[in-house]
Design a protein around this ligand. Structure first.
Ligand code: 13P
Length: 249
């Protein structure tokens, strides 16, 4: 089963109107590499403007509420994000699990809400450093997948991202063998839950991906793309990662 590579940027709480030129430059690179899917999850304040500058890129959000509307001060629903121009949303990011106490069940409900409104979903899982050192990385990731992946997930709309928390923003990455190991376990868990459909689901790696390490990581077995934080903030850093994904096709 061939899965197109997906290179997704997560700008986190970074990005002002002055940064929209970067969106345009990244979009130009995406159009130059049509064999690779490119997403850019910007702050909600920039979604509409980024969508107007980002032809060829899936402009996205970094969170969504599980409900479509209602008394939830400060939250944004899938219909609102879609109306603003978002085609994709990240759910269950470890920073939201840590800062907003989000659970795997929350991620499940948010993924379902986004899917109801025809959004693409990138759902994040990953262990802490303490969990890895205790030899529990595999079990933690399996449990997160079990609790958060919707039962109707298919590769048409659903992407899993393995982001070990200790690799995020640290410049440290697992070895390629460690990445391959968790990705194989993740795919086996998906297969156990949803059967052969699992073969069509992309599994991204995230955590300190750069232009320098992307080529090796992106062509590790069962790695179908990357979820990129810091190195997605400028075209100079992000475009080489898109090019690396295209190079192996
Ligand atoms: P960095 O690429 O900055 O390590 O961030 C990874 C991440 O959390 C993307 O969602």
């Amino acid at each position: 089963m061939t899965r197109r590579k997906l290179v997704a940027g997560n700008w986190k709480m970074n990005g002002m109107a002055r940064d929209l030129d970067a969106v345009a430059a990244i979009a130009a690179a995406a159009r130059a590499h049509p064999d690779v899917d490119v997403a850019l999850c910007v702050p909600a304040t920039l979604i509409a403007a980024a969508a107007s500058r980002g032809e060829g890129v899936w402009i996205g959000a970094q969170d969504v509420h599980a409900n479509d509307a209602g008394a939830h001060t400060g939250c944004l629903s899938a219909p609102m994000l879609v109306e603003a121009g978002a085609r994709v949303v990240i759910v269950g990011h470890s920073e939201r699990r840590a800062d907003q106490n989000e659970t795997s069940h929350d991620a499940w409900a948010k993924a379902a809400a986004a899917h109801r409104h025809a959004m693409q979903v990138i759902l994040c899982v990953g262990e802490t450093e303490a969990e890895r050192e205790a030899g529990r990385a595999e079990r933690v990731v399996q449990a997160q997948i079990e609790k958060s992946v919707p039962e109707d997930a298919t590769g048409d709309w659903f992407t899993l991202a393995y982001e070990p928390r200790w690799a995020i923003g640290t410049g440290r990455t697992p070895t390629l063998e460690e990445i391959a190991c968790i990705h194989a376990i993740a795919r086996a868990k998906l297969r156990q839950m949803i059967g052969d459909t699992a073969a069509g689901i992309r599994i991204l790696y995230g955590g300190s991906v750069t232009g320098a390490n992307a080529g090796a990581i992106l062509f590790t077995e069962n790695v179908d793309g990357a979820l990129v934080g810091g190195a997605s903030l400028t075209a100079a850093k992000f475009v080489p990662i898109i090019a690396a994904a295209a190079a192996g096709n």
